[in-house]
Design a protein around this ligand. Structure first.
Ligand code: AMP
Ligand code: GLY
Length: 427
């Protein structure tokens, strides 16, 4: 089958890497992709939210399966578009429609969904511009720290955790007065959860589901989890503190009611569900849903899947997921993100990257990379904040990290920065 992956990050390179290994893979396209994805397929100069051009490419290239990487095209309705177009009737899509994507696109919708289906999550209330005073009263009744969340998508910046009550009240006012634009038209205030975070990934065809390997990511820019939030600076899988009984609780209390809840609510969901969890004294509590895979979590989750991923994605599109099982590699995967100096603030692009062909025993997933002026594979330059994810497998975390960190030294570009403590809290 011919497949099209939408997106351009490390997640999409990892998807391409895995799909290209399948015996069912005929032609693989990535739109727009990066300087790494041509190792596994063909890049298309196409914006994933330009549906008119998307349709043209799907027909021209005889695409049978579209796999959507990031949330933006999902929230913009790419799945609804493909499923409702009479010329694209036979095209399979992995990624929910706009109704399903609201689980990520609106925190209020996600919280209501969890309450309705008895899925454990932090206690909360939602406020808008007409209820600022009620919001402040609600804060009066909570203990610090105070958790404020813009309802809509705010480029990962919409969650504020504040220790001071008057500051929390001020921020509530700022958010409802446009600090995050329309994303802050409503604000969820919720109870603070204390525990260790991890993520569980589920693939569903709306009826059956497969649970993928879990992962932990490292969100802050600085070592010891300090400094500004980023898209993710590294990840590990498996997560040793969350095995056995804990994962059984996740399946019984969270995964099953989530899939059942989608069905009961009439949401036809085909795609990945990324469940952000807090392990609170051995009990899993949901922090958030995302309607896609995580990045950089995908760069450790997919290398641990031994099964044919394309076969499983096709089965998802064809509502035959119940026929499939996942074979998982017992080894540990770790990934370390190399980022541009200055990220997540301002940074420069266009820095030549060296050493890409000299790495050893690891997988190199490109994120923000592009071809330089020579336009060849030997002339790759930085093109974003997060540049390259270096992934290694090892018989334990120590070994995987040793291989990762050996290779992070080999790849170089001006201003390169990476965290040297990924996974150390779990060793
Ligand atoms: P979200 O965008 O909902 O994932 O929130 C971003 C980050 O804020 C999460 O990854 C957590 O680290 C933190 N966070 C969100 N909600 C809570 C909560 N109720 N208690 C503690 N930390 C939270
Ligand atoms: N690494 C977190 C995310 O993909 O949202």
């Amino acid at each position: 089958m011919n497949t099209l992956i939408l997106g351009s990050g490390g997640r999409e390179h990892a998807l391409a890497f895995k799909i290209a290994q399948s015996s069912l893979n005929k032609k693989l396209y990535i739109a727009p992709g990066n300087a790494g994805t041509p190792e596994n397929g063909i890049n298309l100069d196409l914006n994933p939210t330009d549906f008119v051009n998307l349709k043209k490419h799907i027909l021209e290239k005889e695409i049978g399966l579209v796999v959507v990487g990031p949330e933006a095209p999902l929230v913009a309705g790419v799945t609804d578009f493909i499923e409702s177009d009479k010329d694209l009737k036979k095209v399979l899509v992995v990624g929910p429609d706009t109704h399903g994507a609201t689980l990520e696109g609106s925190k209020d919708f996600a919280k209501e969904f969890m309450y309705r289906h008895n899925i454990p999550t932090a206690a909360y209330k939602c406020f808008d511009k007409n209820s600022i005073e009620e919001g402040k009263d609600f804060l009066n009744g909570l203990y610090a720290p105070y958790v404020l969340k813009a309802d809509g998508l705010a480029a990962g910046k919409g969650v504020l955790i504040l220790n001071d009550l008057s500051e929390a009240k001020q921020e509530l006012e700022n958010m409802l007065n446009g600090k995050f634009g329309k994303a802050g038209d409503k604000v969820v205030i919720e109870e603070f959860l204390s525990g260790i975070e991890l993520s569980v990934f589920v693939l569903t065809d709306g009826d059956s589901y497969l649970i993928l390997p879990e992962a932990k990511d490292y969100k802050r820019i600085g070592e010891g989890d300090t400094g500004l939030n980023t898209g993710g600076m590294g990840a590990v899988s498996p997560v040793h503190f969350a095995q056995g009984a804990f994962l059984e609780k996740v399946e019984e209390r969270i995964v099953k009611p989530t899939i059942d809840g989608l069905k009961k609510d009439g949401i036809k969901y085909k795609g990945f569900v990324f469940i952000g969890l807090m392990n609170v004294k051995g009990d899993p509590i949901v922090i958030e849903y995302n309607v896609r895979m995580g990045d950089p979590e995908t760069e450790v989750v997919l290398p641990r899947i031994k099964s044919d991923l394309l076969e499983i994605l096709i089965a998802t599109g064809e509502s035959r997921l119940s026929e499939k099982v996942l074979e998982i590699d017992d080894r540990t995967a770790t990934t370390v993100m190399l980022v541009s100096g200055g990220y997540p603030g301002n940074y420069e692009k266009g820095k030549e990257i060296s050493g890409l062909n000299e790495v050893d025993d690891c997988m190199v997933f490109h994120a923000g990379t592009a071809f330089g002026s020579e336009n060849s594979r030997n002339n790759v330059v930085t093109n974003g904040g997060r540049v390259i994810a270096v992934t290694a497998l090892g018989k334990n975390m120590h070994e995987a990290l040793k291989t990762c960190y050996k290779n992070t030294e080999i790849i170089n570009f001006e201003g390169k920065y990476y965290r040297k403590d990924i996974g150390f809290d779990l060793l």
